[in-house]
Design a protein around this ligand. Structure first.
Ligand SMILES: Cc1cc2nc3c(=O)[nH]c(=O)nc-3n(C[C@H](O)[C@H](O)[C@H](O)COP(=O)(O)O)c2cc1C
Length: 328
């Protein structure tokens, strides 16, 4: 059965994003280089800018980075905002980035990790759309209460921060809200794309599949590790950010283990310390992931990837990936 992906099919997500194919190239720290974002949009899906990645990994001043992407595609792009309560300086920075993105014509936003109300308040008057990453019913209820336009349902096969639920359970639990649901996790080929669309998702958000693309500037060792890995090689570690993150089990990871120390776990839960601990983890992981992404096996290999590695067999162009996924 062919999956209809035209806006005429009544797919609300396609209308919200203003795109042709229901495929998001998810935001990825540190892998979202501007060429990858642009290529996903140019292929008829939508590429999501990860601002920390754009500025601190790929070295673009934020507005200049958006303008550069605009030279590569005129089609819609999105912006990812990790809205978790954090240091004031970071929150102020997010607000500036959001204002600039609106000025540069971005209208699709994918928020994660906290309360997206302030983003909704800011973008709604200018026709912006906010989808929020959720991992279970509890977080979805909160997001719906804040007034989001759609939910990105992060399942237990996802790369990056993964959730506890299967794609089927998430869909069953969240369809009652009547919002467009996008499946994030475990989609690496047409087979899973088609299965998720047939289940009732209106779109898919992929990360791992797009790392193994020609346009992604991640290190060759990282791409090869994705091609070589199977789902059994993907493990969840809380050592990077204090919450479970999917990574490829390499000899380095086997050596250092996948669990944060009991003291770190206690500090991460303690009301007085948790924000500092998270900030420490975030800053440390920003550095570690950047090094792994750019220096390959010569550094500690913290390679984030999801169970979609199972069906990823070659490095392709983003256009080929979108065509293969959607059968277009
Ligand atoms: C290397 C990597 C980095 C990621 N960084 C972010 C991020 O900064 N913000 C975010 O909202 N999601 C992030 N994600 C999640 C992706 O946007 C997407 O939801 C996820 O990769 C989907 O699962 P898949 O990898 O199985 O396709 C990341 C995923 C990966 C693999």
């Amino acid at each position: 059965m062919a999956t209809s992906t035209t806006p005429a099919s009544g797919n609300q997500f396609l209308k919200h994003a203003g795109i042709e194919h229901p495929v998001i190239c998810g935001a990825m720290y540190p892998c979202s280089n501007p060429e990858l974002v642009a290529a996903a949009s140019e292929a008829g899906g939508i590429g999501i800018v990860q601002p920390i990645s754009l500025v601190y990994v790929h070295g673009h001043e934020f507005r200049a980075g958006l303008k550069y992407i605009r030279t590569l595609t005129k089609k819609p792009i999105g912006l990812n905002l990790l809205v978790e309560k954090s240091a004031k300086r970071y929150e102020d920075r997010l607000k500036v980035w959001l204002d600039i993105a609106i000025e540069e014509g971005v209208t699709f936003f994918v928020t994660a990790l906290g309360n997206p109300s302030w983003v909704i308040e800011k973008v709604r008057p200018v026709g912006g759309i906010v989808y929020h990453d959720v991992t279970n019913l509890k977080w979805a209820e909160r997001a719906v209460g804040y007034g989001v336009d759609g939910l990105v349902c992060v399942n237990n096969r996802a790369g990056g921060h993964l959730g506890p639920e299967t794609p089927e359970k998430l869909l069953n639990d969240l369809k009652k809200f009547g919002l467009p649901l996008v499946c994030a996790g475990g989609v690496g080929s047409h087979k899973e794309f088609h299965e998720m669309m047939a289940l009732g998702y209106q779109g898919v958000q992929l990360g791992t599949r797009f790392i193994a693309s020609k346009e992604c500037t991640a290190h060759e060792d990282y791409k090869n590790a994705i091609l070589k890995a199977t789902a059994a090689d993907i493990v969840a570690t809380d050592k990077i950010s204090g919450v479970p993150v999917s990574i490829i089990k390499t000899p380095y990871i086997e050596g250092v283990g996948i669990h944060a120390s009991p003291v770190a776990k206690w500090l991460l839960r303690h009301p007085n310390f948790k924000h500092y601990m998270r900030m420490f983890y975030t800053l440390r992981s920003i550095w570690q992931l950047k090094q792994s992404n750019q220096r390959g096996s010569s550094y500690k290999d913290y390679w984030q990837a999801g169970k979609s590695v199972d069906t990823i067999e070659s490095v392709m162009t983003v256009k080929e990936i979108v065509q293969e996924l959607t059968g277009s």
